[in-house]
Design a protein around this ligand. Structure first.
Ligand code: PLP
Length: 398
C-alpha cells in the first residue's frame, strides 16, 4: 500500500511553500544572518503580554463566542473605523479568526464553487494560490512589474476578468514587494469590481507600516465597495504578535455568516488568551506600534542606502518590512542567487520566484532584523555582488 495514493488530488497538486523549503536549509546554522522570514524581531510589547498573563491568572481559559469576544469585536470595529474609515456592526459584521491565515481560508471556502476564478496580483503572499486551489477555485495571477513599482494596473485586471471571475484578492502594502497601490488605480479597480459584480478580499495586514506621505486607503471605502468587500486584518505584523495567531475579517453579515459556518465547525473560536491580549493591543498599543514603525523606517533607509551604494536596483517600497531588489544583471535565477549568497556569505534571503513567476529576477529581504545584523548582511551583499560583477567582467574580457 502506498500512503501517497491516500492523499487527495487537491492536496497533492499544491507545492510546499518555497519559503519553508529554503529555510529548512538554514535550520540549525548559527552562522547565518536570516533576512528570510517575514516576522518582526520585536517581542510583543510587554503591556500586551501582561494582559494575557493577568487573564490566565484569573482563570480565563474557556471557549469564547464563536465570533470572538463581544468586547474584542467592539474594539475591532472602533479600530477599523479609525484606521480605515469604514463602519461595521460588531454584533454581526466581524469574525475573529486564527490569524489572517484562517480568515483567508474561510473566505475562499465560503465564496468559491468548483472552477470559480480568483484574480490576485503577483508576486504575492505564498498562501493565496494554494488557498484558492484547496477551496476548489481557479487561481488567476495578474503579473505586476518592477517598472510600475509592483502596483496593480486596472487595465490588467480588466483584461483578466472572465464570466467565471468571482473574487478579486488584494494585498497593499504587499508582501513581498512592499508595494502600495496608487489611489487612481485603486479607484478604477473598485469600479471594475462593481461593474463585474465581483467580491473583493482585501488583506490589510501591513496597513500600519507605511513609509509614504499619503495615508493608507482601503478599497472598502470606495463607492459601492463596502457591500462587496471582506476586509481582513490581524495582529501579527504591526503589533508584533505572530505567535498569538489572531486576526479578523469585517464584511456584510451574509458573508461573515457564511465564513462563520466553517469557522464554528473547524476552529470553534480563537484562543481566549490571544483575544484578551488583542483587546489590550487595540486599546493601548498605538505608541508601541508607532515606535516599531519608526524603527522599521530607519532600517528600510539603511538597506536602500546600501543598495544604492552597491548599484543594486531596488524601488523604494512604500510599506510593509520588505525590500525586493532586482538581481537580473548577474545572470542567475533568483534561486541560484539566494543559494549562492547563503553558501558563500551565510546570509539568507528568499528567492523572488517563491512568490510566483512574476517574482523571478528579484529576491526578498525582510528588514525586521537587528541593525547590526542588517549592516553585516549589507557588507556581505556588497562583497557578493562585487565578486559576481568581477567574474562577469572577466567573462566579457575573456
Ligand atoms: N497576509 C500576508 C500578506 C502576510 O504576509 C502574512 C504573513 O506573512 C499573512 C497574511 C498571515 O498572517 P497571520 O499571521 O495573521 O496569519
Amino acid at each position: 500500500m502506498s500512503l501517497d495514493d491516500k492523499i487527495s488530488d487537491r492536496v497533492r497538486s499544491i507545492p510546499k511553500s518555497g519559503i519553508r523549503d529554503f529555510f529548512e536549509l538554514v535550520q540549525g546554522r548559527d552562522d547565518v544572518i536570516s533576512l528570510g522570514v517575514g516576522e518582526p524581531d520585536f517581542a510583543t510589547p510587554w503591556h500586551i503580554r501582561e494582559a494575557a498573563i493577568y487573564s490566565l491568572e484569573r482563570g480565563e481559559t474557556s471557549y469564547t463566542s464563536n465570533l470572538g469576544m463581544p468586547k474584542l469585536r467592539q474594539c475591532i470595529t472602533d479600530y477599523v473605523l479609525k484606521q480605515f474609515d469604514v463602519a461595521y456592526d460588531p454584533a454581526s459584521e466581524v469574525i475573529v479568526t486564527v490569524g489572517v491565515s484562517e480568515a483567508l481560508d474561510l473566505a475562499f471556502r465560503a465564496l468559491l464553487n468548483e472552477g470559480d476564478e480568483v484574480l490576485y496580483h503577483e508576486p504575492c503572499y505564498v498562501s493565496y494560490n494554494p488557498g484558492i486551489v484547496l477551496a476548489g477555485g481557479k487561481p488567476v495571477p495578474i503579473q505586476t512589474r518592477a517598472e510600475d513599482h509592483f502596483a496593480l494596473m486596472a487595465k490588467d485586471v480588466e483584461e483578466a476578468i472572465t464570466p467565471r471571475t468571482r473574487v478579486l484578492m488584494l494585498n497593499f502594502p504587499t508582501n513581498p514587494t512592499g508595494a502600495v497601490e496608487p489611489l487612481g488605480e485603486l479607484e478604477k479597480i473598485a469600479a471594475l469590481c462593481v461593474k463585474h459584480d465581483l467580491i473583493c478580499i482585501t488583506d490589510e495586514i501591513y496597513s500600519e507600516l507605511l513609509y509614504t506621505t499619503e495615508d493608507h486607503v482601503s478599497i472598502a471605502t470606495m463607492p459601492g465597495m463596502r457591500e462587496r468587500t471582506i476586509l481582513m486584518h490581524g495582529f501579527s505584523k504591526a503589533f508584533a504578535m505572530t505567535g498569538w495567531r489572531l486576526g479578523y475579517a469585517c464584511a456584510p453579515a451574509v458573508l461573515t455568516d457564511a465564513m462563520m459556518k466553517i469557522h464554528q465547525y473547524s476552529m470553534l473560536c480563537a484562543p481566549i488568551m490571544s483575544q484578551m491580549a488583542a483587546i489590550e493591543a487595540l486599546e493601548n498599543g498605538a505608541p508601541a506600534v508607532e515606535e516599531m514603525h519608526r524603527s522599521y523606517a530607519m532600517r528600510r533607509n539603511l538597506l536602500l542606502g546600501a543598495f544604492d551604494e552597491m548599484g543594486l536596483e531596488c524601488f523604494p517600497p512604500g510599506g510593509a518590512f520588505y525590500v525586493f531588489p532586482k538581481i537580473c544583471e548577474f545572470g542567475l535565477t533568483s534561486k541560484e542567487f539566494a543559494m549562492r549568497f547563503l553558501e558563500e556569505e551565510s546570509v539568507a534571503v528568499v528567492p523572488g520566484d517563491a512568490f510566483g513567476a512574476a517574482g523571478e529576477g528579484h529576491v526578498r529581504a525582510c528588514y525586521a532584523t537587528g541593525v547590526d545584523d542588517l549592516r553585516t548582511a549589507m557588507e556581505r551583499l556588497g562583497n557578493f555582488v562585487g565578486r559576481l560583477r568581477d567574474v562577469g567582467d572577466m567573462k566579457v574580457a575573456g
